[in-house]
Design a protein around this ligand. Structure first.
Ligand SMILES: CCCCCCCC(=O)SCCNC(=O)CCNC(=O)[C@H](O)C(C)(C)COP(=O)(O)OP(=O)(O)OC[C@H]1O[C@@H](n2cnc3c(N)ncnc32)[C@H](O)[C@@H]1OP(=O)(O)O
Ligand SMILES: Cc1cc2nc3c(=O)[nH]c(=O)nc-3n(C[C@H](O)[C@H](O)[C@H](O)COP(=O)(O)OP(=O)(O)OC[C@H]3O[C@@H](n4cnc5c(N)ncnc54)[C@H](O)[C@@H]3O)c2cc1C
Length: 673
């Protein structure tokens, strides 16, 4: 852990002295082993110690244009170093991945409002790696890797982001010239949102409707050059720019893009899945959704991002709550640390538990993705729908929880939480953006619900179910009887499963009833609210189930003291979950008022136990001060000194009297109105 050299606040020190487990052991679990922690620290320090980055400059005070330019400058410093480090490490693909994984946090500290090259190293590179044939890989990958070209992923248009089947950009193939002609036939067909598109990149993967031999063959990916390699001027027929100020992501350079008769060579259509012969004959892919593959990979990655944002926000909120004193609980005693107020524990402790369980889920989903992708490479696509449903569901549930938790952390810091220097605003902006990008969350839940309803029909007909939805059999087997509640972790899991299955049944019945008067599609739309609730509950079932399985394994492999902390965390997650979903549970589970009161009491006991471990767990997330970048959340806890020092750096404080006094205020005051 990188601790700064200042003296640690005595209240915080007192808390750390009481930690009764090995924090380093927790950190090693969080990052996947001691070796990985060492690598992380080395890589972090390698980049952040570079004076050329000029991290002293607080970019939040800069203009929109200056922020972008500084973000580009800093990113180039980082990428030059990245290649140097990569060579030093041995230059393998694995080395590159290692550096990129660790840069995830470091880049956030360097460019807090977003990275103007993020799409090049994520969606652009991933699409080329996964959707090209061997010749295309050989042509493009070295140029991408060496950054001779820079690219983005241009799918969303002004008129359509969700319903991508109706994207309007066209790519019309002419077998005589062996070229595609790209056009944006309407205003709504303009690409709109792609990150880094505005002024940074010179290439893009463009999703466009393929027309060949007079027929439309649906959306296909094309590599398109947008800007001249020397002058960076837009190429003929390309109308391109930045979409303007946003709620967050100010330096990501999201852009717009229109095409007028832009010629693209035959070899630039990505041909791993769909194929077009030179004479214009279209050959369908094995599964039409294979072209959606990059979105699935990113949705899988988004679970760990959500876990880390929650970990960062709870670190800030907890450290502050152990230093801040206010409002005596007993009028005759001194003001306590605000964490002593049980409502404050209720705000922060469940968040810490979520970060841990989401991390377990991220590990699980990454492994599942790898194994289903390997099956796919051998031509077996059977489990693709399962992965799609699970990644949509968890992307939505985890980013919704993430945004909610980060906002609660801000509130838990009172007024100071509203300061930019508290460091919670960028985390929140990134969390809330994640609710929309890579598939809007309601839409993602509805995709997951589609899978649930199919599985429910399958279960009713005695078919087979994938492991994660087998609980639907239990519901059907109970034949209308309610699940009996028992107050154990597995009892809580069964209760949430019963609630998820019950809500799936309600949605299914709604559709069946409405189908008598409406088409299946209309009936499904009318059941939408139930469907999203069912999918959300299913997401919590998955989280708790995987949390139980993974944490049981962890407990077997760590010291008894840390094992107890993990047990405590799992129970916190489970009890918080059931209390938050009690309305859904009551509908389908035989649970008494006494049971609920017992759960509420159990929560208080869990808080009491976790009170001494909490600081160890957030320290164990191991965010160094430059990464946490917060006046309230630094390791030393010197909150008030940090706040006044940050305030003194405000540009307005660099002079005693601002010129507006002589220009406007004084004349106004002297004018006698
Ligand atoms: C890295 C940091 C920066 C990141 C920046 C963010 C970048 C971005 O935001 S890029 C743009 C992301 N855009 C999106 O995510 C768009 C969201 N929309 C979609 O994914 C689709 O339109 C979607 C899934 C909602 C609907 O797709 P559509 O083709 O209309 O399918 P639809 O007719 O509803 O049928 C769904 C069927 O397809 C299947 N399906 C859909 N997607 C997939 C998939 N990816 N894999 C497997 N199956 C799939 C479903 O299982 C379902 O099967 P079934 O019919 O058997 O039930
Ligand atoms: C920060 C950020 C970065 C982005 N980066 C990229 C990028 O790099 N590349 C790229 O191509 N795109 C990018 N996007 C676009 C993003 O993927 C889309 O905005 C997203 O998929 C949502 O689509 P939409 O904007 O069309 O929303 P809409 O679909 O118009 O959503 C509006 C409302 O309609 C509802 N709705 C829509 N369809 C349905 C339905 N079937 N059932 C029920 N409700 C529905 C939604 O739930 C929502 O409430 C980015 C977006 C953001 C915010």
């Amino acid at each position: 852990m990188s601790k700064n050299l200042s003296i640690v606040n005595k209240d915080l020190k007192e808390e750390r002295d009481k930690i009764n487990f090995n924090v380093e052991e927790f950190t090693n679990w969080f990052y996947g082993g001691a070796e990985k922690v060492k690598e992380k620290k080395y890589i972090e320090n390698y980049f952040l110690s570079d004076k050329d980055l000029n991290l002293e400059l607080d970019t939040s005070y800069l203009s929109y244009k200056d922020k972008y330019e500084e973000a580009v400058r800093r990113s180039i410093v980082v990428y030059k170093k990245l290649y140097k480090l990569h060579n030093e490490m041995g230059g393998t693909h694995e080395d590159f991945v290692k550096i990129m994984e660790n840069l995830r946090f470091t880049m956030g500290a360097i460019n807090p409002e977003g990275n103007p090259f993020v799409l090049h190293f994520s969606m652009f590179a991933l699409t080329i790696m996964n959707m090209t044939n061997d010749e295309q890989k050989a042509e493009w990958l070295p140029r991408i890797f060496n950054c001779n070209i820079l690219g983005t992923y241009a799918q969303t248009e002004l008129g359509h982001g969700t319903y991508i089947q109706r994207l309007e950009t066209t790519a019309t193939y002419d077998p005589k010239t062996k070229e595609f002609t790209l056009n944006s036939p309407t205003l709504t067909s303009y690409k709109w949102w792609p990150g880094n598109l505005g002024h940074t990149v010179d290439h893009a993967i463009v999703m466009a409707q393929l027309y060949s031999q007079g027929k439309c063959h649906g959306i296909q990916p094309f590599i398109v050059q947008l800007r001249d390699s020397e002058t960076h001027k837009p190429l003929p027929g390309i109308d391109i720019g930045d979409i303007g100020n946003k709620v967050g992501f100010q330096t990501v350079n999201n852009g717009f893009l229109g095409f007028k008769n832009v010629k693209v060579p035959y070899k630039n259509m990505l041909m791993k899945n769909s194929k077009l012969l030179e004479d214009g004959t279209f050959i369908k892919p094995k599964n039409a959704k294979l072209n959606y593959g990059t979105m699935v990979i990113i949705r899988v990655h988004m679970i760990i991002d959500a876990a880390c944002r929650i970990a960062k926000a709870t670190t800030i909120a907890l450290r502050y709550s152990l230093v801040r004193r206010q409002s005596p609980i007993n009028p005759n005693e001194i003001e306590p640390k605000i964490i002593e107020h049980i409502t404050q524990q209720n705000k922060i402790f469940p968040g810490i538990a979520k970060a841990v369980v989401f991390k377990c889920m991220a590990d699980y989903l990454t492994k599942l993705h790898l194994s289903i992708t390997q099956e796919g490479n051998t031509g077996n696509l059977a489990r693709m729908p399962e992965l799609h449903a699970l990644s949509c569901c968890l992307k939505a549930v985890c980013t919704n929880e993430d945004a909610k938790t980060v906002e609660v952390c801000r509130l838990s810091c009172g007024g100071h939480g509203f300061l930019r220097s508290a460091g919670l605003d960028d985390v929140y902006r990134n969390s809330t953006a994640a609710q929309t990008y890579e598939g809007e969350n309601t839409v993602m839940l509805l995709q997951a619900a589609r899978f649930l309803i199919k599985s429910f029909n399958e279960a009713r007909n005695g078919g087979s179910l994938t492991e994660g939805v087998k609980y639907l059999f239990d519901f059907i087997g109970r034949n209308g009887k309610r699940e009996i509640f028992d107050n154990s972790i597995n009892g809580i899991l069964r209760a949430i499963q019963a609630a998820a299955a019950g809500r799936t049944y309600i949605a299914w019945k709604h559709i069946e009833d409405d189908k008598r008067h409406n088409s299946i599609e209309v009936a499904t739309n009318l059941a939408g609210v139930h469907l999203t609730k069912a999918a959300e509950l299913h997401g919590y079932v998955c989280l708790l189930q995987v949390g139980i399985e993974e944490i049981e394994k962890i407990i077997r492999n760590v010291s008894p003291a840390l094992g107890l902390v993990f047990k405590n965390i799992l129970e916190l997650f489970a009890v918080d979950l059931i209390l938050n979903k009690i309305g859904d549970v009551i509908q389908h589970v035989d649970i008494s008022n006494e049971d609920i009161e017992k759960l509420e009491k159990q929560m208080e006991t869990l808080f009491k136990f976790f009170r001494t471990s909490a600081i160890g767990v957030v320290d164990g997330f191991d965010f160094s001060d430059p990464i946490i970048d917060s006046t309230l959340g630094s390791y030393d806890g010197n909150v008030y000194e940090n706040l006044i020092n940050a305030a003194r750096k405000s540009p307005l404080n660099q002079e005693d009297v601002n010129r507006t006094f002589h220009l406007y205020i004084k004349p106004f005051m002297k004018s006698n109105l």
